[in-house]
Design a protein around this ligand. Structure first.
Ligand SMILES: [Zn+2]
Length: 410
């Protein structure tokens, strides 16, 4: 019994760690078999050495062969199927992100380590020095993700069914009728972009992945995957597997942060930068409604934000994954109407209160306007969220110990 971990065999131009794991698991020697579904574990989305998918893999195995024999097999598998994937690199068209060459890692633990390292690796940059020591290991920096995946406490949030293809280039063909049918299944997550009807299942670009079908119920994902592969309009596949995942868990997030807005700037590209009492908050254009809410804010507004803090040049600040408007100055601020004749009052001068321009009625100096109504949590559309992003309203309601209001404004 033990746990196998694998990470970082892919790069922007191709490859996928899920496929490499599938190859390894398909070639297990006699006397070794998988227990349970393998795990696909997403880690800290802002990791500097992140590759294409940022998904690490783990599998629990029953090993009924001598230790030396098993370690020799792992070594051979590493040498033949994993090590050759090192050093691949494709420059990203994304100017601000430097691509790091793939540096695979493979690990074996005879006992599942505690979840401490996973909790660290899903929330922040970490290093091998902080990781528990595997019983067998090979490779480089990929060992970080591999160890983190093995350390995942296996508290499943969602499942993902993945099928792979032989062709690496060219458009993927999936059966339209089956896709339509799957669209209506509430147990499946994000099959399609609800705004454009575009299939979300199929990745773009070069990847051995034919499709990834995500859902909250194992049987729904399993059946959906089978239906899609059997669809007459779906291209041939080279294999498939069902993974337990931490996708949608929100494990990368910490409690919401409350802040007061000091300045609102719309940047080139439509992104919005908020200067707040908590530093800069960024709402990127693709975040849709989050960006729109941010653009409507004004100095003095009280807000709650959720998101990781980025350090990349030009993108420094809290990258908002959810935003909530709590309170703030009234909107469309104006003077009240005269209580005697109904005309709009005007200031009678400094410290002189208000005066009606028609009947000269006097009133105390004040403004009226639209009160800010607190919003629910606003999130990007499903297809623009991080893999780890949960439904924030549900997620926050499950954490009543987190104060929603934050500290009182000073
Ligand atoms: Zn009047």
């Amino acid at each position: 019994m033990g746990w196998l971990g694998l990470d970082d065999t892919d790069h922007l131009g191709g490859g996928c760690t899920t496929w490499t794991m599938h190859v390894v698991l398909s070639n297990l020697p006699r006397g070794v078999r998988p227990l349970n579904d393998p795990c696909l574990v997403r880690l800290y989305p802002m990791a500097k050495a992140r590759t294409r998918g940022n998904a690490a893999l783990a599998a629990e195995l029953h090993v009924d062969i001598p230790r030396e024999e098993w370690f020799a097999w792992l070594q051979q598998m590493w040498k033949e199927h994993v090590a050759p994937l090192a050093g691949r690199r494709t420059e990203s068209s994304h100017a601000t992100r430097k691509q790091v060459a793939s540096d695979p890692g493979m690990v074996w633990f005879e006992n599942k380590p505690s979840s401490r390292f996973y909790s660290l690796a899903v929330r922040q940059e970490t290093s091998l020095a902080e990781a528990p020591k595997p019983d067998w290991e090979a490779g480089g920096l990929g060992k970080i993700g591999a160890i983190a995946a093995v350390s995942w406490p296996n508290e499943v949030s969602t499942w993902e069914g993945i099928a792979w293809r032989g062709e690496l280039d060219g458009p993927r063909t999936l059966d339209e009728n089956v896709l339509k049918h799957l669209d209506g299944d509430q147990r499946l997550v994000a099959c399609r972009d609800p705004r454009q009807g575009r299939g979300l299942l199929a990745p773009r670009g070069t990847s051995p992945v034919l499709f990834g079908l995500r859902g909250t119920v194992r049987s729904a994902v399993k059946d959906g995957m089978a239906a899609l592969m059997a669809g007459s309009g779906t291209e041939p596949n080279t294999g498939s597997s069902l993974f337990r995942t931490n996708q949608g868990s929100g494990d990368h997030l910490t409690a919401p942060t409350s802040a007061t807005v000091e300045k609102v700037q719309v940047l080139r590209g439509g992104h919005v930068a908020l200067t707040t009492s908590d530093g800069t908050w960024l709402a990127f254009a693709p975040s849709g409604p989050v960006r729109d809410l941010a653009a409507q804010l004004m100095p003095g507004d009280r807000v709650l934000g959720i998101g990781l803090v980025g350090e990349d040049e030009g993108r420094k600040g809290r990258h908002l994954e959810a935003l909530k408007h709590l309170s703030g100055p009234v909107r469309q601020r104006r003077r009240p109407s005269c209580t005697a004749c109904g005309r709009r009052m005007k200031s009678a001068g400094r410290d002189q209160g208000l005066r009606c321009p028609t009947c000269k009625h006097r009133d105390v100096d004040r403004w009226v306007g639209e009160e800010v109504m607190p919003t629910a949590w606003i999130q990007p559309p499903v297809d623009r969220r991080r893999h780890l992003a949960p439904d924030i309203n549900t997620w926050a309601s499950e954490r009543p110990d987190w104060t929603e209001q934050g500290p009182a404004p000073s």
